[in-house]
Design a binder for this molecule. Structure first.
Ligand code: PEP
Ligand code: MG
Length: 792
């Protein structure tokens, strides 16, 4: 196996222990003896091999005097000493010697064996003592801390496959702390983590883990700050702040107060106080919740002049240290300011290189054209990914270039500045996920993976579908530190036609809710399942049904919680077989000539009762918990018999089918044509899935860039089907909606409103413009009716 780890622990032949001789493989020089515990103040960015990426960046901030919440790190070397001294090191690695990671059963067994060895092993008394002492040193009383895993090399799997190694929040007391540390260590041996390390060529003998123990800050007020003006680079600090946790400002859930501090005059130059309707606060022991801001706090100024000044000063310290303007997250509790994160502002180029200052001419050479699939402009270095196992090389801020993304790549997609694909159209995986992540994307360039070269600097325009050579500086959005992209519409416009939002990944739920949408018109659960990297069949054959149900339940619940009292239509599984292929269990998927026309949607569920039953079980639990805003939508139905069969199966699972909201997608021309029969069979709503309806009406593969220009959502035949179906739904008073990509096009939205659609569900980034298009059209209709009446 290829060894990518910059810190290799060289095997000592005399006693077979791996930790005894620590060697930096780049220089070959011996590393200094590293203690078990390091305090943030002792850590620098070079200490990644001992404290991991997270620990090192916190240490760097603390070292320049920024008020980072108190923390210490149990080093990677401590973990290694634990493995050796407890005597489990050789046993763990022996269980890997012959492991074929493609053999799921063997992998699960090895993983659970290794994890339980780590959990059961006795932590060396010395180490226990050191952790206890460090914890006591943090505070005289038991402090509430977060215990986080921190990977020891930047390109380790936990960096690219976030969430594989654990974080434990709200830990209090020595016993809980010691066991949380051990649980973090054990998480290094999760099945998925082992699988990816093997796939990415990491030598498991050398992979280490550090654990950060940090005071948990339950902020009373928080927000973000640009240390200099994000467009002009002027010495103006822009601060946005609101009540509760900073998440509310970062995600755009709330309109924050805005303060401008002029560093030249050292004065607060401007204050804009907003009406802050909600705040995000900690929800008991885990998670967060959105609550209403009550009374006069809604309109009260969040920050005092003294706090603004102090924050601006911290911002300046960070900017001076890193050499470029910073985007800083801060938080205040009990009058104490904490700096939680600092990173370069990415919306502008390096101020020092700005046009006119360096005399450097901007290049505007267009290298490639494709379809602008997710809006935004970003510059960065190209990284070409030909195989998912290479995603470990993707770094924060890169431009990910690949043939087509798939669910395995989502963790990498989260990190990059922009995404470019050879294949695909506006409704492909890359387009859907990028829009939800708020990451600019250009799809269907045909040749990006050949024309572009790894390391090359390019600029991606996700609106126009263009890739430029080099870094093109552009007018950044208005100087608002949050929401980041595609955030809340400034004022909710009330429309008679509901404007809902599409969601595919639960982490987008807060951003989606921040748009003020009237509900979720489509929650695609396959993205949630595919993200688990195991096929539903894998869960069933490996007796892990409960895990599947729980994951599904928890993911949907996140979205339901973000939309209290508003309808959320969850669609049952609809993943073509080729999307399952790379997952564990994917080897059992049939090879189909044309997966788009194949075993997907309701037709597959009806033939796979176990798979359907597990989904229904998750829905049942949610209904039982009181989420009666949950509606279920069946995809790819072509005949009313399929609706009747699905309803019958739900009834068989104990669902009171007459009292829950069940509906269908109209994606196949037959269902548009037979809509009346569907209504007679009891559907409560129907929603046009135009992504498929267009491909099945026009015989144009939606993912095939060679025919992309013939893919026309406004083709007269498609409009004809939609018009007729809307009229029938209106006749029977059945809600008729759209959740395909066409609903995110304002022109199409106008047409739909004119033809009487009841609701439109659009992408997060399109909500504001769709709401405006809907409102304009409704007003025009009312006006025209009034004029006609007057003329009569
Ligand atoms: C559609 O077909 O329009 C739709 C929304 O479903 P998907 O894009 O997931 O096939
Ligand atoms: Mg579809």
């Amino acid at each position: 196996m290829k060894d990518k780890n910059p810190c290799r622990l060289e095997k000592n032949t005399s006693d077979d222990n791996y930790y005894t001789k620590e060697v930096d493989i780049i220089s070959g020089a011996s590393m200094k003896e590293v203690p078990n515990i390091l305090w943030l103040e002792e850590i620098r960015k070079e200490d990644i091999p001992s404290v991991g990426g997270k620990g090192a960046s916190l240490g760097e901030m603390a070292s320049i005097g920024l008020p980072v919440p108190k923390a210490f790190v149990v080093t990677a070397q401590a973990f290694r000493r634990f493995l050796v001294e407890s005597g489990i090191e050789k046993k763990i690695f022996a269980s890997y010697e012959q492991l074929d990671v493609e053999n799921n059963e063997a992998l699960e067994k090895a993983a659970s064996g290794a994890k339980s060895m780590v959990l059961k092993a006795k932590m060396p008394a010395v180490l226990k003592d050191e952790i206890r002492k460090a914890y006591k040193k943090m505070s005289s009383e038991d402090l509430i801390v977060a215990v986080r895993s921190s990977a020891t090399a930047e390109d380790l799997p936990d960096a690219s496959f976030a969430g594989q190694q654990e974080t434990y929040l709200n830990i209090k007391g020595e016993t809980a702390l010691l066991s949380a540390v051990q649980m973090c260590w054990a998480s290094l041996y999760g099945a998925r983590a082992i699988y990816y390390r093997a796939k990415q060529g990491f030598d498991d003998h050398t992979v280490n883990i550090a654990v950060v123990i940090q005071q948990l800050v339950h902020s009373e007020k928080a927000g973000v700050m640009f240390t200099s003006h994000p467009i002009t680079g002027e010495p103006l600090t822009i601060i946005e702040g609101s009540w509760g946790l900073g998440e509310a400002v970062v995600s755009g859930t709330v309109s924050p107060d805005k303060y401008i501090f002029d560093q030249r005059s050292e004065r607060v130059a401007d204050v804009l106080i907003s009406n802050k309707k909600v705040e995000i606060i900690a929800d008991g022991d885990h998670g967060t919740k959105i609550v209403e801001v009550t009374g006069t706090r809604q309109d009260a100024q969040v920050l005092s002049d003294a706090e603004i000044k102090k924050l601006a000063m911290y911002g300046k310290i960070a900017e001076n240290h890193y050499g470029i303007p910073q985007d800083v997250e801060w938080s205040i509790v009990g009058g104490t300011i904490y700096i939680l994160q600092s990173r370069p502002i990415t919306t502008i180029g390096n101020r020092k290189e700005a046009k006119g200052m360096s005399g450097e001419k901007q290049s505007e050479t267009i290298l490639l054209k494709g379809q602008g699939a997710a809006p935004g402009i970003a510059s960065g270095r190209v990284v070409i990914i030909r195989d998912v196992k290479d995603t470990g090389s993707v770094k924060e801020g890169d431009i990910l270039v690949t043939r087509m993304t798939n669910p395995d790549m989502v963790p990498a997609m989260r990190k990059v500045a922009a995404i470019v694909t050879d294949e695909g159209g506006m409704t492909c995986h890359a387009a859907i996920v990028s829009r939800e992540l708020g990451t600019p994307a250009v799809v269907g360039t045909k040749t990006a993976t050949h024309v572009l070269k790894t390391g090359q600097m390019v600029t991606v325009d996700g609106e126009m579908g263009l890739i430029y050579e080099g870094e093109i500086r552009h007018a950044a959005p208005a100087p608002s530190a949050g929401p980041r992209q595609g955030g809340a519409a400034p004022e909710a416009i009330i429309t008679a036609t509901s404007v809902k939002v599409n969601v595919s990944i639960p982490e987008a739920a807060v951003r989606a809710a921040a748009t003020g949408a009237d509900g979720v018109g489509l929650l695609r659960i396959e993205h949630l399942i595919l993200g688990l990297n195991k096929t539903p069949g894998w869960f069933i054959t490996n007796n892990k049904e409960e895990d599947f149900v729980r994951e599904l339940h928890d993911g949907i619940k996140i979205v339901l919680d973000a939309f209290p009292g508003k309808p959320v239509w969850v669609r049952t599984l609809d993943a073509p077989t080729d999307e399952f292929r790379n997952m564990m269990g994917g080897e059992n998927e049939p090879h189909e000539h044309n997966p788009m026309l194949g075993w997907r949607g309701i037709r597959r569920d009806l033939q796979s009762p176990d798979q359907f039953r597990l989904q229904v079980e998750a829905f049942k639990r949610l209904w039982k918990e009181g989420y009666d805003n949950l509606g279920i939508m069946f995809p790819m139905v072509s005949h009313p018999d399929q609706f009747i069969a699905a309803k019958g199966m739900m009834k068989g699972c104990g669902v009171d089918v007459e009292n829950v909201t069940l509906g269908i997608m109209i994606e196949i021309p037959s269902s548009a044509i037979m809509i009346e029969e569907f209504i007679r069979c009891g559907i409560k709503f129907a929603s046009f899935g135009t992504n498929d309806l267009v491909q099945y009406t026009l015989a144009i593969d939606r993912n095939n860039e060679n025919v992309a220009d013939m893919y026309q959502p406004q083709h007269p035949a498609v409009l004809h089907l939609i018009h007729n179906a809307i009229q029938v739904c209106r006749e029977y008073n059945v809600e008729c909606s759209i959740c395909g990509q066409a609903g995110s096009d304002p022109k199409m939205a106008m047409w739909l409103v004119e033809h009487g659609i009841s609701s439109i569900s659009a992408n997060i980034d399109a909500i504001a413009k769709i709401r405006e298009a809907v409102a304009r059209t409704e007003k025009r209709i009312i006006l025209e009716a009034a004029r006609t009446r007057d003329a009569e």
